[in-house]
Write a protein of this length. Structure first.
Ligand code: ATP
Ligand code: MG
Length: 804
């Protein structure tokens, strides 16, 4: 890192904005009185890069950097690395409890943002400079009071610094990579070996076994192909013989079951008997028919029953009419008498009525006279004669008028009654006369009966009754005879029906037997028409044939057994051959015609597939074996490399070498600076720095025994040697120690030594490296080409560049 420009404001003593321009300042000095702000400028540069201030002793502490009375500290540091310009800016703001970084960025000269925050800036700077903060403070900036840190460092800390400076981390990375690769190779070897183990089954023996099995199976498949048709043919023949035997047995049992039906023998005589019974009954029935006809003729010869009965009825009617006529005549005579008698009574009543009328009229007249007389007064005209009355006659009391009227009504009622009686008698008489006239007319109608003899008529009717009874009996006899005939006929018909059924049954049985005749020795006997005889012949024939069929069934059964045995033998042979190939077959299935060929072909296919697998596995195992060997070889190499590159191995050796070179370089410088008194060395046991005192018998002693000034010289020598040798030692360019800042230490030197040191430093400037000295020692500062004179200004500080 080479400073180009530093700008700070509110930082430490520099509360006002201050700018330093390092252009052309290869060797420069910050100079000024104690407490002026020289170290603050170095702090500002370190702070801009790393965000920490060395003297605070705490990397996180930033608040103390903000100027008292200021709110924020701002630093901008322009620098180059390998001639490329960068700008680092940091702004820290005061907070209630401390301070916080408000801005942190890294830009290129062209304004490109390379880091935008605190974290990114820190990482970018470490990457750019190749140095972390602690190491930066040991070999680029030797802060005031800490310049001897590298000289006095523990060997391990120094080793870390050198590793970083020399970029030896690359060997550590290589070691890590080698170890990683070793682990990977080991893992791969293990995995491959595992896979190889899993293929252990794929042996050449197994392969040979499979090949032999495939040969055997191929041969077996061919054998099965030849043998199965033979087995199947045997099966077919056996099945046919079985079927024939069963059919013969069946026929035998059918023939054995042929029997003459019960009653067939008795049926013929029963039929004859029934026929003669029918004939006899028929003759009887005809005889009865003739008898009936005879009885009918006898009845017809007689007078008709109706006429006879009519004659008798009319005779009885005539007798009735005669009786009534006689009785009517007697009644008429009586009624004639009664009419005469009633006529007399009526005449009497009429006379009595006339008398009663007369009496009433007389009484009424007397009452009228009496009434007129009452009105007569002497001197007054008579109402009747209109003559003046002279004397009023004396009058007796007139008769009873009411009695007269009652008598008149009585007499009239007597007339009415007598007339009604008389009229009633006359009506009755008239009725009787009408009746008698009617009887006489009826009797006139029956006049033809004169001369008829009723007993004769009754005798004739009795004869008719007799003839009718005879006819009835004849008809009943005829019906009886007909019933008997019909019963006999029915019986005969029934027998004929039975005979027909027996005949049908015979035909059925014979037809059935005829149906199997082709399989029998002889044909069934012909039918003759004599049913019983036919049945007997058929039964005898069937018995003989049944025996024959039974014998044939026996023969066929023997044949079946022979065929089955032959088939079984062949199937067993085949099974034995399959068993030789480890194939178990179902004997029944093979016997039933299901060929085991598929099983064999399937097994063959599987064996072939397995053979392919074995071949593949053997190939793979071969490849794997090579792979395992390669992985192990690679692993061994990587393990070896990792071991060599371990921190205690190659790196340690490299560091020791580097340290030796460094010590040589530093010795050169120190020898000059100390006026030939000291050389630098490394104590082989403690690995700490030691000095060899050439003025004291070249005795080595620890570097810590040096005085303050001597320590500064030794540190300076180391720092310069480090900067010199770094590019030479570094693995890939290493850190970029393009500048060095030495803050004080010079005050501890006497004038003569200071002169030597100053000369040495002047020489450094000429080597192209940038060197910044910080010192209040004016003599030293004045020998430097560019001075930044720092001064206190009130509460702050100011800087002024003074070029010589
Ligand atoms: N935050 C701050 N605000 C104000 N002043 C500060 C702050 N921090 C430190 N100072 C003061 O700034 C001044 C400059 O200090 P600095 O260490 O830079 O001095 P110097 O020039 O290096 O002195 P010396 O020669 O003694 O080493 C000192 O007086 C110091 O006390
Ligand atoms: Mg100081």
């Amino acid at each position: 890192v080479r400073p180009v420009r530093l700008e700070l404001e509110g930082f430490g003593a520099f509360n006002a904005r201050t700018v330093l321009d390092f252009d052309g300042a290869d060797l420069f000095a910050f100079t000024g009185p104690t407490g002026a702000g020289k170290s603050t400028l170095v702090d500002a540069m370190v702070f801009a890069l790393y965000g920490s201030v060395p003297r605070y002793g705490d990397r996180r502490l930033v608040a103390p950097a903000i100027s008292q009375g200021a709110a924020e500290a701002r630093v901008r540091f322009d620098f180059t690395v390998d001639d490329v310009t960068y700008i680092a800016v940091r702004v820290v703001r005061r907070t209630k409890t401390g301070a916080t970084t408000k801005e942190a960025r890294l830009e290129s000269a062209a304004g490109e943002l390379l880091a935008g925050n605190e974290k990114e800036l820190g990482q970018a700077v470490e990457r750019l400079l190749g140095l972390e903060y602690d190491h930066f403070c040991k070999c680029v900036v030797l802060p005031q009071g800490r310049f001897a840190e590298f000289l006095h460092d523990r060997p391990e800390a120094r080793q870390e610094l050198l590793v970083e400076l020399l970029d030896l981390g690359v060997y550590r990375e290589m070691g890590r990579a080698a170890r990683l690769r070793a682990a990977e190779s080991a893992a791969r070897a293990t995995a491959l070996a595992g896979r190889l183990d899993s293929l252990a089954w794929a042996t050449p023996d197994r392969r040979a076994e499979l090949a032999a099995a495939i040969d055997r199976l191929t041969a077996l498949a061919a054998e099965i192909e030849a043998e199965q048709p033979v087995i199947d043919e045997l099966g077919r023949r056996r099945a046919a013989a079985e079927a024939d035997a069963a059919a013969a047995g069946q026929r035998s049992s059918v023939l054995a079951r042929v029997r003459t039906p019960d009653g067939v023998a008795a049926l013929a005589s029963a039929l004859d008997e029934a026929a003669s019974t029918v004939d006899a009954a028929k003759a009887d029935e005809e005889q009865a028919e003739r008898a009936t006809a005879e009885a009918e003729r006898a009845l017809t010869a007689r007078p008709r029953r109706g006429a006879l009965e009519e004659t008798l009825r009319r005779l009885e009617l005539r007798d009735g009419h005669l009786g009534q006529q006689e009785k009517g005549r007697r009644v008429r005579a009586d009624l004639e008498d009664r009419v005469g008698h009633e006529a007399e009574g009526l005449a009497r009543a009429e006379r009595a009525a006339a008398e009663a009328e007369e009496r009433l009229a007389s009484v009424q007249r007397s009452h009228l006279a009496h009434a007129v007389a009452d009105q007569l007064a002497v001197g007054r005209p008579c109402p009747v004669c209109l003559q003046t009355v002279t004397v009023v006659p004396v009058r007796t009391v007139p008769g009873d008028l009411d009695a007269g009227r009652r008598g008149q009504r009585e007499a009239r009622r007597g007339v009415d009654r007598a007339r009604a009686e008389h009229q009633a008698a006359e009506r009755e008489l008239h009725t009787v006369e009408v009746t008698l006239a009617s009887i006489e007319r009826h009797l006139a109608d029956l006049d033809d009966l004169a001369g008829v003899d009723p007993p004769a008529v009754r005798r004739q009717l009795a004869a008719v009754d007799e003839a009718e009874r005879a006819l009835d009996a004849a008809r009943r006899a005829e019906q009886g005879a007909r019933r008997i005939w019909r019963d006999a006929d029915r019986r005969a018909q029934e027998l004929r029906g039975r005979e027909a059924a027996a005949r049908t049954e015979f035909d059925r049985v014979r037809d059935r037997l005829t149906g199997m005749a082709s399989a029998l020795a002889t044909a069934p006997p012909e039918r003759t028409g004599a049913l019983a005889a036919d049945w007997d012949t058929l039964t005898g024939w069937a018995e003989a044939e049944a025996v024959d069929q039974e014998r044939r069934a026996g023969d066929l059964a023997c044949q079946v057994d022979e065929l089955a045995e032959e088939q079984r033998r062949r199937v067993r042979d085949l099974a034995a051959r399959c068993a030789g190939c480890d194939i178990e077959i179902d004997l029944d299935a093979v016997t039933a015609g299901r060929s085991p060929r598929d099983l064999v072909v399937d097994r063959l296919a599987r064996s072939e597939a397995e053979l392919d697998q074995v071949d593949e596995a053997i190939d793979e195992a071969r490849t794997l074996t090579g792979g395992v060997e390669r992985a192990r070889e690679q692993g061994d190499v990587a393990v070896e490399l990792g071991r060599h590159l371990a921190a205690s191995g190659f790196e340690r050796w490299l560091l020791d070498e580097a340290l030796a070179v460094l010590v040589d370089g530093a010795t050169d410088v120190l020898f000059g600076l100390s006026g030939g008194q000291y050389s630098l060395a490394v104590d082989p046991r403690s690995r700490n720095f030691a000095v060899i005192d050439h003025r004291n018998a070249d005795q080595p002693r620890p570097a810590r025994t040096l005085s303050g000034g001597e320590t500064f010289l030794a540190s300076l020598a180391l720092a310069l040697a480090l900067a010199d040798q770094l590019t030479l030692l570094a693995a890939r360019g290493g850190a970029r120690l393009e500048s060095i800042f030495l803050d004080e230490g010079f005050g501890s030197l006497d004038p003569a030594t200071l002169d030597v040191v100053a000369s040495a430093i002047e020489e450094l400037g000429a080597q192209g490296r940038m060197v910044g000295l910080i010192s209040h020692v004016a003599e030293l500062a004045e020998r430097v080409p560019v001075r930044f004179v720092v001064d206190k200004v009130g509460t702050g500080a100011s800087v002024e560049r003074v070029d010589r």
